[in-house]
Ligand binder design. Structure first.
Ligand code: PBG
Length: 336
């Protein structure tokens, strides 16, 4: 009790179970809540019209064409979800070593942003900045002599961001982990008159095996092959380094920061939120989603309750919100 000088209660006068006895009292003492307003829905798009196709390693997730996405976004917005993050499945024939398709004003992600903004202008639209959906080697930047080069990549990433903003994107979310990209993006956006576009930095992004199903979903798995991203994404062994990454990104102009993956990194989330008190988001990544759904499908877990518990866990750990493929499903549960 030394840490809690005001608390003198002890058994049997104090019974912790009293507050837990009824549904009403449990609700009354609940310290954390997860409203739909804290969810960012992560989605995959594919080319075409009226198209949907399942992502096999992510049960319940589909890649859809921009028109279908626009319709679904309307439903998501009605459920109280404030923002979506769009990831493109680029046809392999459009992928090149320099990822040039990222700069095409009519590329898939730009089409999707325009379709969503035309249909639901109030929905916040987040775009990832990184070249991996567009490069034939599947790396997030340009490769010279087998190394992902930093400064040249940042220049292209700035042009990618400007392209997405021109299509109507509200939030630029760089996931590439190049050094100096936040200040470069802020400068590029401001110089182009986009000083109101938000920067959500993937500040502490780890080189994680939990991104596996995502790479299937956007079709970069075969491109990256046995390659990895450990020369730019963080080592899962590190925590202090995450604090430096976040501090640098805030200094460079990030409006919000993200920790990724989510569930194995709740300690990082808590440390970042407590130290910096900046809007902080957790990304429940594809592999986390796949694990929950797979166990649910087999009847090994109650999938829905496991999902809701995992999302609430992010809030308890300090997240202001969660990026999740299950946002619509969770929002339906939350809305009863
Ligand atoms: C691209 C990117 C990745 C994810 C989001 N943006 C994959 C990667 O870095 O290899 C992963 C998301 C997920 O697994 O759900 N840079």
């Amino acid at each position: 009790m030394a840490d809690f000088p005001g608390i003198l209660g002890r058994y049997p006068g104090t019974r912790m179970r009293r507050n837990r006895r009824y549904d009403w009292s449990r609700r009354l003492v609940a310290e954390n809540v997860l409203p739909p307003a804290d969810l960012i829905w992560t989605v995959f798009v594919r080319p075409g019209n009226g198209e949907t196709e399942p992502v096999l390693s992510m049960p319940g997730v589909e890649r859809v064409s921009p028109d279908v996405l626009a319709k679904r976004t309307k439903e998501a917005y009605a459920l109280g979800i404030p923002a979506i993050a769009i990831f493109p499945h680029t046809p392999p024939e459009l992928k090149t070593p320099d990822g040039g398709e990222a700069l095409n004003p009519d590329n898939l992600v730009c089409q999707a942003v325009r379709a969503v903004k035309d249909t639901v202008p109030e929905m916040g639209v987040v775009c990832d900045v990184a070249l991996d959906p567009y490069t034939s080697h599947g790396q997030d930047g340009l490769v010279h002599d087998n190394y992902v080069v930093n400064d040249e990549s940042v220049e292209v990433l700035c042009r990618q961001a400007l392209n997405q903003v021109a299509a109507g994107c509200d939030v630029i979310a760089p996931s590439d982990m190049m050094d100096g990209r936040i200040s470069a993006l802020r400068l590029a956006l401001d110089e182009a008159g986009h000083d109101k576009v938000l920067l959500l930095s993937y500040a502490a992004k780890y080189a994680s095996v939990f991104y596996g199903p995502f790479r299937d979903a956007v079709g970069s798995a075969s491109s990256i092959g046995q390659g990895d991203k450990r020369t730019y994404q963080m080592d899962p062994a590190n925590s202090d380094e995450a604090m430096r990454e976040v501090a640098l990104d805030i200094d460079e102009g990030a409006d919000m920061v993200m920790i990724k993956p989510g569930m194995p990194y709740l300690d990082i989330l808590r440390r970042v939120k407590e130290t910096f008190a900046i809007p902080t988001y957790a990304y429940q990544v594809s592999g986390e989603y796949a694990m929950l759904m797979a166990a649910g499908e087999r009847g090994w877990l109650d999938g829905e309750r496991a999902l809701m518990e995992s999302l609430l866990g992010f809030k308890r750990a300090g997240a202001d919100g969660v990026l999740t493929y299950a946002a619509v499903r969770a929002a339906r549960v939350l809305n009863g």
